[in-house]
Design a protein around this ligand. Structure first.
Ligand SMILES: NC(=O)c1ccc[n+]([C@@H]2O[C@H](COP(=O)([O-])OP(=O)(O)OC[C@H]3O[C@@H](n4cnc5c(N)ncnc54)[C@H](OP(=O)(O)O)[C@@H]3O)[C@@H](O)[C@H]2O)c1
Length: 261
């Protein structure tokens, strides 16, 4: 199997990369998420996405510690907006549960109410990066305009925006807006937001002897979008990772792009 492609990501030391395919973990807890992360890391995943809100950081921390590859794994977690004013403690608690000295990426999970709330939380993320507790920092569920407010006030642009994304969400104007700002697009819920019976996906999948899910993932990789499919089943973790070997033609990519707005 080919290596998972990576993208450069803005970091304090300027030299970080993020694997474009990672493991989502929302709604997976306890031994189930422990086993999923162990299996994923055994298969070759090197990127795990979690959040304070998911209540699974301690289980993921155990899996990372037992995996033998903890230092190779890109770990993202997120600060919930209701932790406004308690951001530093929230990150320390995430780090303790994950068993890490620093996370690779810390995100604002979604915008806190009001402009100043969003800015105050972002200032704490900037401070965490300065303190070396998060290599890179970003946001989730932000519009380009909201991102501009953070950049203008602090001089630090979020490295990434994690947003709902799938072929049916594809919006070249939004892609261009994020690109112009140097913000990586990380998509979430790629499967949940896709009609897997779509004739275009079906045709492309058949042409490659692949599944529509693999086509969706291959499209993200080809377009340079970060994607974090969640699964707790070995055969699906394996199939999702195998999408790195699915090479779509230019015509196929264009046909999938056209499923968007
Ligand atoms: N920032 C945010 O606000 C936000 C919001 C939502 C999600 N996220 C992140 O994004 C990740 C992914 O999003 P998501 O969990 O909402 O949805 P998703 O990855 O689109 O879909 C997950 C669902 O698809 C199933 N599945 C996985 N692989 C499959 C395959 N090959 N064939 C058929 N079904 C498959 C999973 O079931 P099994 O587990 O049973 O295989 C699960 O039910 C989350 O886990 C989380 O880390 C972030």
């Amino acid at each position: 199997m080919s290596a998972v492609p990576t993208a450069p990501i803005a970091a304090r030391d300027g030299s970080a990369t993020i694997p474009l395919l990672g493991l989502g973990t929302w709604q997976a807890r306890g031994d189930e998420v422990y086993r999923a992360v162990r299996t994923a890391l055994d298969l070759g995943y090197r990127h795990v996405d979690t959040a304070t809100m998911y209540g699974n950081e301690a289980d993921i921390g155990r899996a990372l510690a037992d995996s033998g590859v903890r230092d190779e794994v890109f770990v993202t977690t997120k600060c919930p907006p209701d932790r406004l004013g308690r951001e530093d403690e929230t990150l320390e608690e995430s780090l303790r549960q994950l068993g890490l000295e620093r996370v690779d990426l810390w995100l604002v999970h979604w915008p806190p109410h009001g402009e100043s709330g969003s800015l105050r939380m972002w200032e704490r993320l900037v401070a965490a990066r300065e303190a070396g507790r998060a290599a890179s920092i970003g946001v989730s569920n932000y519009s380009p305009e909201l991102i501009d407010e953070l950049t203008q006030a602090t001089g630090v642009t979020p490295a990434i925006d994690q947003i709902p994304w799938s072929p049916s969400d594809h919006d070249p104007a939004l892609v261009a807006e994020l690109e112009r700002r140097g913000v990586l697009l990380e998509g979430y819920s790629a499967f949940k937001r896709t009609d897997m019976a779509d004739p275009v996906l079906d045709r492309v999948a058949r042409a490659h002897g692949a599944t529509p899910q693999q086509v969706v993932l291959a499209w993200h990789l080809r377009r340079g979008f970060v994607v974090i499919p969640k699964s707790v089943r070995r055969e699906r973790l394996e199939a999702n990772l195998a999408a790195v070997d699915l090479r779509l033609t230019d015509d196929e990519v264009s046909a999938i792009d056209a499923l968007g707005r």
